[in-house]
Design a protein around this ligand. Structure first.
Ligand SMILES: NC(=O)c1ccc[n+]([C@@H]2O[C@H](COP(=O)([O-])OP(=O)(O)OC[C@H]3O[C@@H](n4cnc5c(N)ncnc54)[C@H](O)[C@@H]3O)[C@@H](O)[C@H]2O)c1
Length: 255
């Protein structure tokens, strides 16, 4: 896949994995659009990468549609949309798996699921009309395995993976490529706030971004920067009862 001169838009790109994805795109010669709700961070990242900054809250469907329209009109046709922005809110009482309040569930759903849905609602018809485009959703290993310590994160990441799967199945013949980036621990501000459950085999954001581009270039749907996640997902699928018992032991050891 040639990126030179193509438009790559990345959400949540002021820092962390999003910024590394934007950097990986810029280093391949793409024209990068840095989108983030943190206006100052987006401007700083875009200046460093030679891209364009836009302030956007991905939970706001009208704002997402408007941002995509502005990019298409002023920067150019979006070749790759990296729907990366996400939030992790921990269960407030670690001993109670249902302690997150409805507000936390709504915020998590609005960003971690609807962020992808809002973008796809605008991009899929555009891409169908012109014969192609690529959508990379940053999910998480939590989308395959759940997340000890955050019910809203585990559930919304599993929903996000289901949505991307649905898109990939429906639109392959329209030339639309869909990929789900599912890392385990990545060394970012989110991880530093997340607690012990996410600290297994931490990678740099840059390594994850390189894995994402390698996966895109290889045409993969599921991109696993931590390859061991494939084996964990297999074990979960093969014997879910055994999986639950093992995860319960892990959870106890982390409390
Ligand atoms: N760090 C990890 O260990 C890890 C592992 C797996 C998956 N992920 C996923 O990777 C993605 C990026 O995470 P990160 O670790 O870089 O986090 P981060 O918190 O370091 O950065 C997230 C960025 O997204 C922005 N953002 C948050 N909500 C937004 C919104 N509603 N609209 C626009 N921008 C918003 C923030 O301002 C921030 O710049 C998330 O989807 C996260 O769930 C992270």
């Amino acid at each position: 896949m040639a990126w030179q001169g193509r438009v790559v838009a990345v959400t949540g790109a002021a820092r962390g994995i999003g910024r590394a994805l934007a950097g990986a795109a810029a280093s391949r010669g793409a024209r990068v659009v840095v989108l983030d709700r943190d206006a100052g961070g987006a401007a700083e990242a875009a200046a460093a990468l030679g891209g364009t900054a836009m302030t956007l809250d991905v939970a706001d469907g009208e704002a997402v549609a408007a941002a995509i329209a502005v990019i298409e009109a002023e920067v150019g046709p979006i070749a790759l949309y990296c729907s990366n922005a996400g939030i992790l809110e921990r269960d407030p009482d670690p001993a109670l798996a249902a302690s997150a309040d409805p507000g936390s569930w709504m915020r998590s759903f609005s960003v971690n699921v609807m962020g992808h849905v809002h973008a796809a609602r605008t991009l899929v018809p555009l891409w169908r009309a012109r014969g192609g485009g690529a959508f990379l959703g940053t999910v998480s290993a939590a989308g395959l395995l759940g997340q000890i310590g955050s019910a809203p994160y585990g559930a919304t990441k599993q929903a996000a993976l289901a949505f991307l799967d649905h898109l990939a199945i429906a639109h392959a013949e329209d030339g639309i490529r869909v990929a789900a980036l599912c890392p385990q621990g990545v060394d970012t501000a989110m991880l530093r706030d997340a607690g012990a459950a996410a600290r297994d085999g931490v990678l740099s954001a840059e390594a994850v971004a390189e894995a994402a581009f390698a996966g895109l270039e290889a045409g993969r749907f599921l991109i696993l920067p931590h390859p061991e996640v494939a084996e964990y997902a297999r074990r979960r699928a093969v014997d879910h009862d055994r999986w639950i018992a093992g995860m319960a032991r892990l959870r106890r050891s982390l409390l």
